[in-house]
Design a protein around this ligand. Structure first.
Ligand SMILES: Cc1cc2nc3c(=O)[nH]c(=O)nc-3n(C[C@H](O)[C@H](O)[C@H](O)COP(=O)(O)OP(=O)(O)OC[C@H]3O[C@@H](n4cnc5c(N)ncnc54)[C@H](O)[C@@H]3O)c2cc1C
Length: 394
């Protein structure tokens, strides 16, 4: 395989790199998270606003969207090059679920009215979205979901519960699935809704994660009225909209580049602190880091494979599962190796006293969920086994 850019790709890469070099806010997202109270603090919001405006001018907030909807109409490879350069520069994508999930879905399946109401507001950063899919008992087996939507005149009335809803506590809108025909086969009686989180009957309860952070929530619906104009696609056909390729970026290249950068950070720390007693000199740690380095290079190759398939106009299937599986498990292995390197210092989480300002234990705890979110490792392995290797279903 030839890894070199074509002349056109090289020119494009140069343009993106130059833009990032001159325009990217000088404070990195890492520094903002460590020092500035996170992206939701005052400094973080100002940072975000400045960055968003610069990206919006170029149509790069949702670069894969068609130009008529405010995107840059990028092709698969151009988008990939851009994502790779953004990841290398640790430059943040600002759109969240609005640009990566619901926006592309509305472009394909939404009515003109829905596109008009939501797309430009997503690009201007005026609204935050959350994803209401999982329910207690319906995660991997999502099609078994029980939240009910019953037609009443021009509205649907929704009752039920979602769980693990990331960002529901700050979201203005939710794209969600609810059961509209309980008698139909389970994939057939589901409808896709846009739901205003401020509507009466919606309540959000925080779920605090292992590292003490508040990211996801439970969301309850009690007689919430959603107008029929907020149904996306056909009633009872929501499953097929929910499983549309929601994400234009499926290669995991951001993760693959990020893993290598995280490794570089740990390696720098270990070298700089070799004599202060905070890092282990054991051969086990050294060989582990050598393994992680090789694995990070392999992760990048898996991402290249996915993007090559996309660039040929095919849809990556088990190949995307392999990349997701490998990247998320690699993230956990890197975090474990870092914890081994600093030994019992890994118990310190107070930034003022901990080595690396507590980054190793924070990443270690944070990485646990990566093999659950977005489809568990077991589910990815099932896909690889059945669709990739042709093994029979259990
Ligand atoms: C950080 C994070 C953020 C999330 N954000 C959102 C969000 O914004 N919106 C949203 O809707 N959901 C979100 N989720 C939920 C996520 O999609 C589910 O947790 C995930 O799909 C797994 O479902 P579950 O938790 O119900 O586990 P289950 O499906 O109950 O699985 C339990 C265990 O059984 C295994 N298992 C299940 N089925 C099989 C099978 N067929 N073969 C082999 N093993 C199996 C699983 O691998 C797992 O180990 C988030 C989850 C996390 C961790």
């Amino acid at each position: 395989m030839d890894f070199k850019d074509t002349p056109a790709q090289a020119t494009w890469r140069q343009e993106v790199r130059e833009f990032l070099r001159t325009e990217r806010p000088k404070v990195s997202t890492d520094e903002m998270n460590m020092e500035g109270g996170g992206m939701r603090g005052a400094a973080g919001m100002a940072w975000m606003k400045e960055w968003r405006e610069k990206l919006a001018k170029k149509g790069w907030i949702a670069a894969a969207w068609p130009k008529e909807y405010g995107g840059a109409g990028l092709g698969v490879m151009e988008q990939f090059v851009m994502n790779e350069e953004f990841a290398e520069a640790r430059a943040m994508n600002v759109g969240g679920m609005g640009t990566s999930m619901i926006g592309p879905t509305l472009i394909v399946h939404g009515t003109e009215e829905q596109k008009k109401e939501h797309l430009s507001r997503i690009l201007r950063g005026e609204v935050q979205w959350c994803q209401g899919y999982s329910e207690p008992g319906s995660g991997s087996d999502l099609a078994s979901l029980q939240t009910r939507a019953v037609r009443d005149g021009d509205d649907f009335v929704i009752n039920g519960q979602k769980i693990w809803t990331s960002g529901a506590h700050t979201a203005d809108w939710m794209f969600m699935l609810a059961r509209t025909d309980p008698d139909a086969p389970k994939h057939r009686g589901i409808t896709y809704f846009l739901l205003n989180m401020k509507d009466p009957g919606v309540s959000v309860r925080p779920l605090i994660n292992l590292s003490g952070g508040h990211m996801f929530n439970e969301v309850f619906f009690e007689d919430v009225r959603v107008p029929i104009r907020n149904v996306v696609g056909e009633i009872n056909r929501g499953w097929y909209i929910g499983t549309t390729t929601l994400d234009f970026e499926r290669s995991s290249i951001g993760n693959a580049v990020g893993q290598r950068q995280t490794l570089e950070y740990y390696l720098r720390y270990i070298k700089e602190h070799r004599d202060d007693g905070t890092v282990s000199h054991s051969p086990t740690v050294k060989t582990e880091f050598a393994d992680r380095w090789i694995e990070a290079a392999a992760a990048k190759m898996l991402s290249y494979r996915v993007i090559t398939i996309q660039a040929e106009g095919r849809v990556p299937n088990h190949e995307a599962s392999i990349a997701k599986l490998y990247n998320s498990e690699l993230g956990q292995r890197i975090a474990r190796s870092a914890m081994k390197a600093i030994g019992t210092y890994g118990l310190l989480t107070d930034r003022e006293v901990a080595p690396m300002r507590g980054r190793a234990p924070a990443t270690y705890m944070g990485s646990v969920s990566s093999t659950i979110a977005g489809g568990t490792s077991e589910v990815q392995r099932n896909i690889v086994a059945t669709r990739g290797l042709g093994l029979p279903r259990a």
